[in-house]
Design a protein around this ligand. Structure first.
Ligand code: C5P
Length: 219
């Protein structure tokens, strides 16, 4: 049988990353954070002075950066042209620019190729993003769509970032959701066959348990 792929999609700050890493760790699977790849692409554009609001300029240069993702759920890594960008990809500048960059079809085509190469390497994998169950791995045996109340998402994300400005964090999350859901290419949607979990009332451990249960059922 082909190696297991667990597809986890959802809105910004819904708990996708923590859940995906927890599930991968518990099941001995690899982990791929596709959002980190879009963030890494965005970082490179900002560093190279590309106007991130000009889709033609972004498309023209999106084949240049070499983006490499490490898939250990206990210590995922992300490099661009050999440099570790794990911290840089979480900056406010990247938060503000990543959705417009991710809406460019050439960017998506380039990263889709890289994502499929990682997924096809040895071993099962948990893959998180916005279009994993709909576009990247539409035949994944387990698909999950995570959501949560905006205020709960903003509180969690602000706490992670050590930020006191929960309102600004919420505005930034909702702005990204609006662009991600409204774009023409591979918008954020609930994929056919996805199980929807609203994580608002649950702890992280509970959500991990629910997803592990889905994997075992599908097994
Ligand atoms: O998951 P994360 O919040 O880090 O993703 C950052 C941004 O990358 C999203 O807001 C979205 O614009 C883009 N993204 C995407 N498709 C994916 C994963 C992320 O468009 N599969």
């Amino acid at each position: 049988s082909s190696p297991l792929v667990v597809a986890i999609d959802g809105t910004s700050g819904s708990g996708k990353s923590s859940t995906s890493r927890g599930v991968a760790h518990r099941l001995g699977l690899r982990y791929l954070d596709t959002g980190a790849m879009f963030r890494a692409m965005t970082c490179w554009m900002l560093e190279h002075g590309v106007d991130v609001h000009d889709p033609v300029a972004v498309a023209a240069r999106c084949h240049e950066p070499e983006i490499v993702s490490g898939t250990d759920p206990l210590g995922p890594t992300i490099t661009v042209d050999g440099a570790d960008v794990a911290v840089a990809i979480r900056s406010d500048a990247v938060n503000a620019a990543v959705s417009p960059v991710s809406a460019v079809p050439e960017v998506r085509a380039r990263l889709l190729q890289l994502q499929r190469d990682v997924i096809a390497a040895d071993g099962g994998i948990v893959v998180e993003g916005r279009d994993i169950g709909s576009v990247v791995v539409p035949d994944a045996p387990v698909k999950v769509y995570l959501s949560a109340d905006p205020s709960a998402r903003a509180l969690r994300r602000a706490a992670e970032q050590g930020s006191a400005d929960v309102e600004a964090t919420q505005a930034s999350l909702l702005a990204r959701d609006a662009i991600d859901s409204g774009r023409a290419t591979a918008p954020l949607v609930m994929a056919d066959g996805a199980v929807h979990i609203d994580t608002t009332p649950y702890t992280l451990e509970e959500v991990v348990g629910l997803v592990v249960g889905l994997v075992e059922e599908a097994g």
